[in-house]
Design a binder for this molecule. Structure first.
Ligand code: GDP
Ligand code: IMO
Ligand code: MG
Length: 424
């Protein structure tokens, strides 16, 4: 019987722990497919004392027998991709055998990165806080119908097309009064492109159709998070792709009625990296304590992540927009030892209480908190402390979806699978 494709995605502002959960559940699947984003993502995996950070390659790559697919919705920087491949090969992973790339995926050029930097510099204080990996300009070229795709690498006019796109970028850069990319960067990029051509390139929509018809289990891995979605995130402080569940359909060529379970990943608190509104942000010693305990520094850029309390209206919004069927709560261990935890249950907007995410989250919005008792310690081998159980139940009731995974540390092993039938 034909199988359905499960989806796993971020329910907050990214960095929820998607890499860890995909790695933990990958043995249940035969195919893991990334559906959007690019090397702005940094997905961390930890096992056997080693930490690995993936940017473009799906997080099933360490699980033998799993096929890892880079979908058409992803934007690929050949240079970063190649570095990632080499570091995986150095760890003994035979990437070439287990990796497929969609020929419809778009390519990031060095000039896309230069445009990203010029655009951010031009915005000044209003900058997005982009990772500067060229993501926005590459998706702009995709929707502007100028982009270069992996499949184009095999066409005879490739070099003419690269030159034409580069010339267009140089004209745009001159409007910003910013210099173009250097010749050296081009040489490295062109070399990486030649290497990329040696990987297995597929029509991912047909590949996945056949896999599902053959009853294979497929998991779609999201990047970033719901509140960074181009349509439903805190625009304009968002990324340039659809990070939500619908993005798994367009980013892989899967019809909506073939989606199975949808797992939303969230931290027991909130973080955000880069600019933009963050209603529950803690600009104080508590925020700093969470940052230190959770090592909240970006996996891609090393920037300090902003920290704050859990935001239930935002989580409920993510459940609604994505059709989340189950949740994974990450990093509860980071809150160990805090006497009282605060959870935002509502916002006060212009004097009125609401539990909805408003259009404008940037000003005039005040979080309303409920205090919860904290727990002293937690670990994945013992029973959960009663206060943590209470915290979990409170969230499940507030958002109407069961929490099926609780993560209590960065390692694969520090994960609890919960029986959740009663909440459904
Ligand atoms: P992703 O982008 O969603 O894959 O998340 P990142 O890898 O960028 O950030 C999550 C960080 O939290 C990584 O450093 C993980 O190793 C770490 N992490 C994941 N789960 C847990 C957990 O339950 N507890 C702790 N303390 N760290 C975790
Ligand atoms: P993962 O997959 C957290 C943020 C940037 C910036 C905004 C736009 O690891 O969860 P971009 O580079 O896309 O132009 O940046 O989005 N951002 C992320 N924040 N995790 C990510 O990915 C992110 N990818 C982009 O900080 O605010
Ligand atoms: Mg990350």
């Amino acid at each position: 019987m034909a199988a359905r494709m499960d989806v796993l995605l971020g329910a907050q502002w990214g960095d929820e722990g998607k890499g860890k959960v995909v790695d933990v559940i990958a043995p249940r699947y035969e195919v893991i497919a990334r559906f959007q984003g690019g090397p702005n993502a940094g997905h961390t995996l930890l096992f056997e004392g080693h930490k690995h950070v993936l940017h473009t390659i799906p997080s099933g790559v360490f699980r033998q027998g799993t096929v890892n697919l880079v979908g058409n919705g992803v934007v690929v920087d050949p240079v970063i991709f190649l570095k990632e491949v080499r570091s995986l090969e150095a760890c003994g992973v035979n990437v070439r055998d287990c990796l497929l790339i969609s020929r419809r995926a778009h390519l990031i050029l060095p000039t896309h990165r230069a445009l990203d930097a010029a655009s951010e510099a031009d915005k000044g204080k209003q900058k997005i806080g982009s990772t500067l990996k060229g993501i926005g300009p590459t998706y702009m070229d995709k929707t502007g119908r100028n982009g270069l795709r992996v499949g184009d690498l095999f066409q005879a006019d490739l070099h003419d097309r690269i030159s034409a796109l580069k010339r267009k970028h140089e004209r745009l850069l001159s409007l910003y009064d910013a210099p173009g990319s250097t010749i050296e960067a081009d040489a490295e990029w062109l070399d990486a492109v030649e290497q990329l051509k040696r990987f297995r390139v597929v029509d991912c929509e047909h590949y996945l159709d056949e896999a599902l018809r053959a009853g294979k289990r497929v998991l779609a891995e999201g990047a970033q998070g719901t509140l960074l979605d181009i349509d439903f995130g805190t625009y304009p402080f968002v990324t340039s792709s659809n990070t939500i569940c619908a993005g798994a359909c367009t980013g892989l060529g899967i019809a909506p009625n073939r989606i199975g379970s949808i797992t939303g990943i969230f931290k027991a608190y909130c973080t955000r990296v880069g600019s933009g509104p963050f209603p529950t942000e803690l600009d104080d010693a508590t925020g700093e304590a969470i940052r230190q305990a959770g090592h909240e520094f970006g996996s891609t850029t090393g920037r300090a992540r902003r920290c704050g309390w859990l935001d239930l209206p935002a989580l409920r919004y993510a459940v609604m927009i994505n059709g989340i069927t189950e949740l994974a709560m990450m990093k509860a261990d980071v809150l160990n030892g805090m006497a009282t935890l605060r959870v935002c249950t509502h916002y006060r907007v212009n004097g009125s209480l609401t539990d909805r995410m408003p259009y404008d989250v940037s000003s005039g919005i005040e979080p309303v908190y409920r205090d919860m008792p904290g727990w002293v310690s937690s670990n994945a081998s013992g029973r959960l402390p009663a206060e943590l159980d209470q915290y979990i139940t409170m969230i499940e009731e507030a958002v109407g979806v069961p929490i099926s995974i609780v993560s209590l540390g960065p390692d694969r092993a520090e994960t609890i699978m919960r029986e959740t039938a009663s909440v459904r």
